[in-house]
Write a protein that binds this ligand. Structure first.
Ligand code: SF4
Length: 242
């Protein structure tokens, strides 16, 4: 089944430029400059992953400090230890715990990711590799940067180095997904609603990509010259707008 699934990154590439998607599918390599930009983006993702990992470490250390402080307070209350020294130690641990919670919050807020338990992540620099998510219903697969559990449900999050949101965002279909978030440079956040219109659009893109896989050539699907000016495939493209 997995051989037939279309990776979600391919859908995004196709929406951006069908001709660029086609050239990549046929083994055309992007320019050296584009590879350097991609390497920068990977390094940026690694930094975001480290910020999250650091935040997690601080948070667990804060829980440990507060727990130990509670144990010491109980010892004092039961009269099992010398009151003044243990109270001083417990107070220091409470202070340390508060400081660590603050540092954890600061490390996470650098990424722009909102509150909620992160139970899945595909950011470079994380200790565990994220599994590929598959949808047999839609025939696609992909790895969102993060999945966070919120009171509204599971929210997929994509992190972008760019500060400029494009005209549209991608969605990861799942019946329990209330919406998706695309966070640009840890500052601007685009909320992608999982609406009937989004679902129709996604189905249309999947269908286009599936059909384009069998075609001997595809026509460019945009008229935005800016896309061509920054395109690493332009030397191999006969449909460039510039
Ligand atoms: S040069 Fe323009 S049309 Fe050609 S692949 Fe790049 S973005 Fe697409």
């Amino acid at each position: 089944m997995s051989e037939k699934l279309i990776p979600a990154t391919q859908l995004a590439e196709y929406v951006y430029c069908s001709q660029a998607w086609y050239l990549k599918q046929h083994g055309v390599q992007v320019s050296k400059e584009t590879r350097a930009i991609q390497a920068e983006a990977n390094a940026w993702h690694e930094t975001q992953g480290r910020s999250l990992a650091t935040g997690d470490s601080y948070r667990w250390a804060a829980y440990a400090a507060v727990l130990l402080a509670v144990v010491l307070f109980i010892f004092c209350w039961l009269g099992w230890s010398r009151m003044s020294i243990v109270l001083m130690l417990a107070s220091t641990l409470v202070f340390l715990g508060v400081l660590l919670f603050f540092l954890a919050h600061r490390a996470r807020s650098k990424t722009g990711i909102p509150a909620g338990e992160i139970f899945y992540q595909d950011l470079i620099g994380q200790p565990f590799q994220a599994e590929v998510l598959r949808s047999a219903q839609w025939g696609i697969s992909g790895k969102p940067d993060c999945l966070i559990r919120t009171p509204e449900g599971v929210v997929p999050v994509e992190l972008k180095k760019s500060k400029r949101p494009p005209a549209r965002g991608e969605v990861y279909p799942n019946h329990s997904v209330p919406y998706g978030l695309v966070i640009y440079a840890g500052q601007q956040v685009r909320r992608v609603e999982y609406t009937e219109a989004s679902r129709r659009w996604l189905a249309q893109v999947i269908d286009l990509v599936r059909r384009a896989r069998t075609l001997p050539a595809v026509m460019r699907n945009h008229r935005i010259s800016g896309r061509c000016s920054g395109c690493g495939l332009r030397p191999h493209c006969d449909q460039s707008l510039i």
